[in-house]
Design a protein around this ligand. Structure first.
Ligand code: ZN
Length: 171
C-alpha cells in the first residue's frame, strides 16, 4: 500500500448495501480483499447507528476513488433501497452526526480539507446524494458560485463590435 501524503481532501462513499442492513468493517474488508486489495479501501466506515469504525490506517492511501486515493475515504453503511436495486440516500441522523464530527476531527489534524462525494469523480451514484446539496458549501469547504464576484462586471474586454462599413479613414 502506498503511504499517504497530506490528503487532498475527504471523499464520502456509501457501502452500496440495502437500507437498514447492518454491515461490518470485517465483511467490507473481505469484499475488498477478494478484489485483490491489501485491506479495506476506506479509512473509516460509519455504521447504521452512527458507530465510527476504523478501516485502513491513515498512514496509507485508500482504495476508494480511482485516481484520487491520496484522500481520506469515508463510507456510510447503506446507500441503496431496501431491495438493493436503486441508489437511495439512506444516511441516518446518527450517521450524519458522526460524519460531521469526523470531518471536524480530520480538519483539526490535516487542515481545511474539502469534502467531495465519490459521484463527483465517477459516473457512480455513490454516496447516493450530492454532498454540496446535502451539507452546504460551507460544510464542504467548497466555493459557492452564487457568492463569487463576477469578474467581468463593468468590464467588457471585447467591446462592441464595430461594423466594418462604419470604419472610415481619418481625414
Ligand atoms: Zn464510492
Amino acid at each position: 500500500m502506498k503511504k499517504m501524503k497530506k490528503p487532498q481532501g475527504i471523499i464520502l462513499h456509501c457501502t452500496a448495501t440495502p437500507e437498514g442492513r447492518s454491515v461490518t468493517v470485517k465483511s467490507i474488508r473481505n469484499w475488498h480483499k477478494a478484489r485483490g486489495w491489501d485491506d479495506v479501501g476506506y479509512h473509516f466506515v460509519i455504521g447504521l447507528k452512527g458507530e465510527l469504525w476504523a478501516g485502513r490506517s491513515l498512514e496509507f492511501q485508500g482504495a476508494h476513488t480511482k485516481g484520487h486515493n491520496n484522500s481520506v475515504g469515508v463510507a456510510y453503511v447503506g446507500g441503496l433501497t431496501s431491495d438493493g436495486h436503486t441508489p437511495k440516500d439512506t444516511l441516518t441522523e446518527a450517521q450524519e452526526a458522526t460524519f460531521l464530527r469526523l470531518l471536524e476531527t480530520l480538519r483539526a489534524k490535516y487542515g481545511d480539507l474539502a469534502l467531495q462525494g465519490h459521484n463527483e469523480f465517477s459516473s457512480k451514484a455513490c454516496p447516493s446524494f450530492d454532498v454540496v446539496e446535502k451539507f452546504g458549501y460551507e460544510v464542504c469547504l467548497r466555493d459557492d458560485p452564487s457568492t463569487q464576484e463576477d469578474e467581468s462586471e463593468g468590464d467588457d474586454p471585447d467591446g462592441p463590435v464595430l461594423p466594418l462599413d462604419e470604419i472610415v479613414d481619418e481625414e
